[in-house]
Design a protein around this ligand. Sequence first.
Ligand SMILES: *[C@@H]1O[C@H](CO)[C@@H](O)[C@H](O)[C@H]1NC(C)=O
Ligand SMILES: *[C@@H]1O[C@H](CO)[C@@H](O)[C@H](O)[C@H]1NC(C)=O
Ligand SMILES: *[C@@H]1O[C@H](CO)[C@@H](O)[C@H](O)[C@H]1NC(C)=O
Ligand SMILES: [Fe+2]
Length: 462
Amino acid sequence: MGTASGLLTVVLLVLLSIVGFCHGGVTSSYVRKAEASPDLPKEAFPPPPGFNAPEQVHITQGDSGGQGVIISWVTPLMWHPNFVTYWAAEGNHKNYKLIASAKITSYKYYTYTSGYIHHATIKGLEYDTKYFYEIGIGECARLFHFRTPPKVGPDVPYTFGIIGDLGQTSNSNETLEHYIANPTAQTMLFVGDLSYADDHPNHDNERWDTWGRFIEKSAAYQPWIWTAGNHELDYAPQLKEYTPFKPYMNRYHVPYRSSQSTSPLWYSIKRASAHIIVLSSYSAYGKYTPQYTWLQKELTRVNRAETPWLIVLLHSPWYNSNNYHYMEGESMRVTFESWFVESKVDIVFAGHVHAYERSERISNVRYNITDGLSTPIKDQSAPIYITIGDGGNVEGIADSFTDPQPSYSAFREASFGHAILAIKNRTHAHYTWHRNQDSNAVAADSLWIYNRHYFPVEELSH
Ligand SMILES: *[C@@H]1O[C@H](CO)[C@@H](O)[C@H](O)[C@H]1NC(C)=O
Ligand SMILES: *[C@@H]1O[C@H](CO)[C@@H](O)[C@H](O)[C@H]1NC(C)=O
Ligand SMILES: *[C@@H]1O[C@H](CO)[C@@H](O)[C@H](O)[C@H]1NC(C)=O
Ligand SMILES: [Fe+2]
């Protein structure tokens, strides 16, 4: 009797563990139309009125801790205006006007010549303060505003938006409009693949200009934190264009030197209670490479007492159960995954796959060519991997998931949308994913995420 009930318990336990993990998560039954929408015509993104008016205005963080901003814009015909006037809208220095001048770059790509691309770095701003900024003077002057983040600290609430693989179609516009109408997010974490100019003949770089005009309605008012994707490579020997990332690196500057990086393609920032590390899936990352040695050092600089939340942005996902781009992130996973587990990274956001997917906390760090152990296992020190390449670009939706859904996949759906990560304090962050077809109040996927350093408790998934 005792033996029989003991056996039954063992059988039950085995069954429970199978039910508990071997089944995959949820594949959403929501089905959207599959066909891709084309890029909107160039005329849908007109330049602002006026001779040589500044256009494609966008901002990003300009220093390590959030008191700096890089303001970027393009003037099409002349290098003027090459300065920005800025002033606080509140606080002790209210309305006290200052001027920052810009560095100007321009580049040629095949038969295209860019306008004058300006980057003005402003430092020493007050924390948590609204600023106005005006580019130029007179008839063509353009006025914008942004708010600096609160001082870096462990319990500072802050809300990030996340979008990837945006492009410039009507779906892209729906995603961005939906994001803007979701008023809570203060900074965009953009996980790569910006304009999709390279999908046009000769990588038509006017599509980089139209994209800059398209995103201005958000990117001029809140910082977008940039990650490079494969569509930023623009490597085209057939056009005698041999310099990878040339348009991207001329147009989108990032504060990489503030994090001791030697390349704008990988860097980090601290913002409110988050330490955000940006990696490049398309730059060398093997042992001894600059990216490898930088990341190794960078992880030792993370101070969870100051920034409890450790977030990584990269383009090509490590855990992806879509047939599109299956296992493309694998070699980078093999290189860095054990570091992410040791460092207790909270969340990794990736793009590339044009669908949405959220993983369980899992790791696969046992791989050893002789021990045969290479399956993902549940691991409460591992990050949650979120693929959010569902911005709505010209290439359409990735609607072919592997079947059955693997155990590491908690939720997946082939729809376009954006996500919001609302950090509340050092232990709790509320995460939601919003598909374009729903009103903003609806979250198609949501989760309370618990900090891995301060509260490493298993989350209640779906
Ligand atoms: C994007 O959508 C908004 C809101 O529907 C619309 O007003 C705007 O014209 C659209 N933009 C483009 C470029 O189609
Ligand atoms: C790999 O696995 C084998 C067999 O379990 C073990 O003997 C060996 O020490 C492992 N090697 C490493 C580098 O962990
Ligand atoms: C952190 O935020 C969560 C969610 O808002 C809340 O339940 C919890 O009490 C907060 N913790 C502290 C210490 O305030
Ligand atoms: Fe991509």
